[in-house]
Each structure stands twice: as structure tokens, then as C-alpha cells.
Design a protein. Structure first.
Length: 70
């Protein structure tokens, strides 16, 4: 539902506003990344998030070399 309403909100923004107002677009992408990658990273010491550069993976705990579980 979050994606639906954010998509609806961004469709109401004019083209010139879309170029300058990235907040709604960023929130939309964060919601999408959380929905898609959240279940895939459950049980792992990582999380996927959306940053100003795009999708990024972050360690949520120290991961020792050779101890990575995949």
C-alpha cells in the first residue's frame, strides 16, 4: 500500500517539481527496497537501503572474514 500511495502522490507533482523535489521519490524507493530486499536479508547481518547514490548494502553487525553465511 505504501508504494501505491507514494506513486499516486508523485503522479500529482508537475515535471518541473519532480526535478527539484526528490524527497517523495526517495521515500518511494526506500519503501520499495524495504519490501523487496527486507525478506531476503532476514537472518543475515546485512540490510539493503536506498541512498542518494542508489541501492546500498550495509552490515548490521561485525562480519568476520571467512564467517560469512550465504
Amino acid at each position: 500500500m505504501t508504494e501505491f500511495w507514494l506513486r499516486k502522490a508523485t503522479s500529482l507533482i508537475t515535471e518541473s517539481e519532480k526535478k527539484t523535489d526528490l524527497e517523495a521519490q526517495t521515500i518511494f524507493q526506500k519503501a520499495r527496497v524495504g519490501r523487496v530486499y527486507g525478506p531476503l536479508t532476514d537472518g543475515f547481518a546485512v540490510k539493503v537501503d536506498f541512498t542518494e547514490y542508489g541501492r546500498a548494502i550495509f552490515a548490521t553487525d561485525n562480519i568476520l572474514s571467512g564467517k560469512c553465511r550465504y
